[in-house]
Design a protein around this ligand. Structure first.
Ligand code: NAP
Length: 331
């Protein structure tokens, strides 16, 4: 039987989502890739429980996550088994988030953020997760076929029904975020986070003004894909393999070809070495230097990688010189 480490909160700071009461570990674990029905449950259980033992108390899923069409929902099911069999005594310590908006089943209500998709979606997610409530429920994407008022109202109703404590949105850009924030405020909805693609090589959130918008409205950003599919680790320093798949939000990084990108990664790695960090540690620290970033959601199936990444927290500060050097390289 699993019993959590007594040291799980030793020396680990927590961060607030904006100026709300939602507290998160600086590094969270996401279960998007390789946590579905086709993956070995006991190995994944090991990583999830190891993470919790190390103070990672936030786990992020989505109803869409799993192994393709036949496996949609299976990442929630995998986490649900662990929540039921291992983490149940710790439910009050955990922050579990899930999302709705990408495909989950056939038909028009299997996708998008209509009222029907959301109200059904939360019930189905709770069943798969073996939970009575989630801590954060997200609209996974902006759905231009549904009025934003309808999505916001449905999220608000879900909180009022007790099925979610807070709400968030994901992949919302400045125009839709502005509208949604105004409506959340009017309804008094506990909106806390915009979950966005953020990494050292992709500063769209800052450049687009989203970061300031969230700051000004007391909400937080939460970074997904902070290691850019593993590019920002030591994995590709000798070259990017043919089977490497980049997320669409980072696709422009390959505009100048793989070799140019690898050269840049090596230069960043040199700076990391001078800081006594690995490239992945420096990359996570770089994002966390901005207080609007409530947490960075890494994806890993490997306990050694998890431990390496968590050590990023030992040094989150950058000298002016380091900031200048890095800014030059990533511009
Ligand atoms: N809202 C959205 O639209 C959206 C989109 C994408 C992702 N997300 C969320 O963000 C989470 C993380 O996304 P992601 O998986 O793209 O994150 P990521 O952490 O940027 O990349 C994960 C990749 O990095 C590798 N990796 C991690 N640490 C490493 C290390 N120290 N050394 C070498 N390789 C390392 C992992 O391989 P190993 O398994 O071998 O460690 C994996 O291949 C998802 O699970 C999901 O919860 C949300």
């Amino acid at each position: 039987m699993y019993s959590a480490s007594d040291n799980r909160y030793t020396n680990k700071s927590v961060r607030h989502a904006g100026n709300t009461g939602l507290m998160l570990p600086p590094i969270s674990l996401g279960l998007w890739r390789h946590f579905g029905s086709a993956d070995p449950l006991s190995d994944r259980r090991d990583v999830i429980l190891h993470a919790f033992d190390k103070g990672v108390f936030h786990f992020d899923v989505a109803n869409h996550y799993g192994n393709g069409k036949s496996g949609f929902g299976s990442s929630e099911e995998l986490l649900g088994q662990i929540l039921k069999n291992d983490l149940k005594p710790y439910r009050d310590e955990l922050v579990i988030s899930t999302k709705v908006g990408y495909e989950i089943h056939d038909g028009p209500y299997g996708i998008g953020t209509s009222r029907k998709s959301l109200l059904q979606g939360i019930n189905d997610s709770l069943e798969r997760l073996n939970l009575d409530y989630v801590d954060v429920y997200y609209a996974h994407r902006y759905d231009d076929k549904t009025p934003i008022e309808e999505t916001v109202r449905a999220l608000d109703d879900i909180v009022r029904s007790g099925k979610a404590l807070y709400v968030g949105v994901s992949n919302y850009e400045v125009p839709e975020m502005k509208q949604a924030i105004a409506m959340f405020k009017k309804l008094g909805t506990p909106f806390v986070l915009d979950q966005m693609s953020m990494n050292m090589l992709n500063n769209h959130v800052e450049n687009s003004g989203l970061s300031n918008l969230l700051k000004d409205n007391g909400a937080g950003a939460i970074a997904y894909g902070p290691l850019c599919e593993g590019l920002l680790s030591d994995r590709y320093l000798d070259g990017i393999t043919d089977n490497f798949r980049i997320h669409p939000t980072n696709a422009n990084l390959l505009d100048d070809g793989k070799e140019a990108l690898v050269a840049k990664l090596n230069k960043l790695n040199d700076i990391a070495k001078n800081r006594d960090q690995t490239l992945s540690q420096m990359s996570l620290a770089w994002l966390l230097r901005d207080p609007v970033v409530a947490s960075v959601i890494i994806g890993t199936t490997n306990n050694d990688h998890l431990d390496e990444n968590l050590k990023a927290l030992d040094n989150l500060t950058f000298s002016t010189d380091e900031v200048e050097q890095i800014s030059q390289l990533i511009k």
